[in-house]
Write a protein that binds this ligand. Sequence first.
Ligand code: DX5
Ligand code: ZN
Length: 218
Amino acid sequence: MSQIKIYPSLLAADFGHLEQGVKMAESSGADGLHLDIMDGHFVPNLSMGPDVLKMARRATDMHLNVHLMCSRPQELVDLFISAGADTILIHIEADCDQEALLDYIKKCGIRNGITLNPPTETERIIPYLNQVDEVLCMTVNPGFGGQSFIPEVLEKIRTIRQHAPDVDIMVDGGINDQTGPQAVAAGANILVAGTYLYRAPDMQAELAHLRSESEAAL
Ligand code: DX5
Ligand code: ZN
């Protein structure tokens, strides 16, 4: 089994055919699917809600990784847990009691994760590392797909990996066959890729290529 997990980001799929986008990720050999939830406040954009997650849950058995880019995630987690999330990620920059909410997500029987934006001090994540299944290092400023990878985040990944050898470290934003291997070399083991995979002429081939390039960087 591959040591690197690859999650296509549904945000980059054709919104006229979202179910097809879910199934395409599955048939292309993805290890899970990443769903971006935006509230128009934490980030200046809106994306999808719990009904899209329910659709994905009906369409696939793949792992569903839900990224809440929301100011008050404590008001939304129940909706996404009952819609079928397997992992819920909240942001360190959100206006909530992160420790209590991460605990609550675990108590509901699913995986939890904490996310940091590129400008946020890495030190702020450290106290949560023994409480989480997953750390998401944003490699772009969140809100939109199709942005360029911010290489300064590689140092954050290295620092987090030094503090937590066993936690899953995920990267999200501008991931492709160049930046994915760089993130893996720094310590990441889960790659989220939207534009790179959904805009590829052959997602299966591109996903296999990203996997082999990333494994070579281990
Ligand atoms: C950005 C989202 C990402 C986005 C990544 O705010 O969190 O998940 O879909 O898209 P690409 O891979 O196109 O940068
Ligand atoms: Zn995301």
